[in-house]
Design a protein around this ligand. Sequence first.
Ligand SMILES: *[C@@H]1O[C@H](CO)[C@@H](O)[C@H](O)[C@H]1NC(C)=O
Ligand SMILES: *[C@@H]1O[C@H](CO)[C@@H](O)[C@H](O)[C@H]1NC(C)=O
Ligand SMILES: *[C@@H]1O[C@H](CO)[C@@H](O)[C@H](O)[C@H]1NC(C)=O
Ligand SMILES: *[C@@H]1O[C@H](CO)[C@@H](O)[C@H](O)[C@H]1NC(C)=O
Ligand SMILES: *[C@@H]1O[C@H](CO)[C@@H](O)[C@H](O)[C@H]1NC(C)=O
Length: 520
Amino acid sequence: MLHLTWYLACGMLLHLIFIESAKGEFYSSIDSMQDLVKVEENLINATRLYLEAQQKQLYIYSRFIQQIKQEQKSARTLPNLDEYLEHPLHSFRFLKRFVYDWDTLILGPIVNNNPREEFQHSVNDLFENLGYPNSSEVQGAVKGLARLQKVYNLTASHLADGAIHGLLYESQLDWSDCYEIGVQLFDIGDYSKSEEWLEEALILLEENLEMDHSDLYVSDIREYLALVNFELGHSNRAKSLLNENSAQLTLKYLENSRSREILEEGDFPWFANYSRLCQGKRLPEKQDNILKCYLDGKRHAFFTLAPLKVEQVHLDPDITVYHGVLSSKQISSIFTESNKKERIRSGVAGENGEDRTVKDIRVSQQTWLNYSTPTMQYVNRINEYICGLTMRGAEEMQVANYGVGGQYEPHPDYFEFDLPPDFDGDRISTSMFYLSNVQQGGYTVFPNLNVFLPPVKGSMVLWHNLHYSLDVDARTWHAGCPVIVGSKKIGNIWMHSGSQTFRRPCHLISDRHKSLAYRN
Ligand SMILES: *[C@@H]1O[C@H](CO)[C@@H](O)[C@H](O)[C@H]1NC(C)=O
Ligand SMILES: *[C@@H]1O[C@H](CO)[C@@H](O)[C@H](O)[C@H]1NC(C)=O
Ligand SMILES: *[C@@H]1O[C@H](CO)[C@@H](O)[C@H](O)[C@H]1NC(C)=O
Ligand SMILES: *[C@@H]1O[C@H](CO)[C@@H](O)[C@H](O)[C@H]1NC(C)=O
Ligand SMILES: *[C@@H]1O[C@H](CO)[C@@H](O)[C@H](O)[C@H]1NC(C)=O
């Protein structure tokens, strides 16, 4: 298949040039991709310098050749060449040409090619820290697109046209983008999405049939479509897509491989409700609670002059948004601190509570900030004043950034069993600070509580993960929906139950029954 040979060849070239492979991971955080944007600017400059140097060199070569031709021409006007060389000045020039000119002007520079070496050095320097992105990056971004399609119910042609919920992107995808996405989805076994993208590639390619080799590309895409259809169990359609020329190898593949198990989409029982809330649609369910917005100047003396702006979004369990808690200046200072630290891909706690593993259910990057800078001291204090709990035993603030299709599927914040050894009790409360606005998507949703919250920069959401009895409250399962457009940044602080005896006394009677029905 043409596609494979192309990309294999390109990949090998890049590996010849770049010794280092990817170190970081780019697709899971917009911040990381911004690092790559700066690198690309430098790469453009390095390439321009290289081209200019080469052009200068080429100019020197061709002028030299021209000069020699000129001399040879005048030599040939003499009756014979010997006569030309008999002239001492001529033979001097002739020999000098070999000893010096050819060597220093042409052969040396061509063999050494200094501009190329300089180019290679500067490219290596550019990628030394970041690493060069490899195919896993494209795969991550493609998975992100597939996730957007699934959660927001978008077709491939919606995305290819650049129309997302009525908002027109500047960039549209062409047939080869769609083809690449289809191939990547095929590789990760998402066959029905792969089919959709390959069909879209064919449609777009058919608008470009005057292009060179378009017939080759068409049969290439049809071949992939045949494989996809075979994997989906549509073997008749698969065979109809192949023509005699291209089909031999593929048919062999089709006959020899058994159909793999197909992943059912929307497998999880929570998926429909989650997806609906992510789209900003409430579940069809009566809302009995009367919710209020109010100013609160009494909670703590700190709020006497500047009362808290409180928005209730759910009662029992209470979920409350506090608006305007952090200023833009404070948020920039948080980013200044977090940018100094290495971002790592967010993990999820393993089943045994020990190992943290990287999984697609959580696509973001994070750092942890302690409370030593003035801004973080402020964050510490205001969180304590709002929650009415002590920060003793609280974790450092986790600052997370979500990239293309970045998300965190429904999960609880409590541990319940297998508390990490340094934990003083379980995570009694979550304070989620929104550190950016998100143009589209990225809502925080509580599928059990019929609640969705669009991120609002500077606001903070607070809820308790434990009942007063300290039993876990499964109603608080929540999720970060995939980001469609924008860069989502949040800061989470988890307070622990161990030190709250006097702040939030335990109830003697368990109220755990309230949430038993919601256990996932
Ligand atoms: C890409 O690089 C990352 C990080 O170095 C590595 O984990 C991953 O296996 C690489 N993927 C491929 C396809 O080489
Ligand atoms: C690239 O070169 C241009 C023009 O020389 C310069 O203005 C720009 O700052 C350079 N960019 C980087 C990232 O060095
Ligand atoms: C998804 O969108 C299609 C129309 O494009 C609609 O028919 C279908 O009902 C939607 N599915 C869900 C689950 O919203
Ligand atoms: C989804 O929401 C509906 C309406 O609120 C509810 O009746 C149903 O049980 C929910 N489904 C799941 C799997 O939680
Ligand atoms: C807080 O973080 C800073 C920067 O990473 C570090 O220098 C400092 O030692 C840390 N302080 C505490 C108390 O951990």
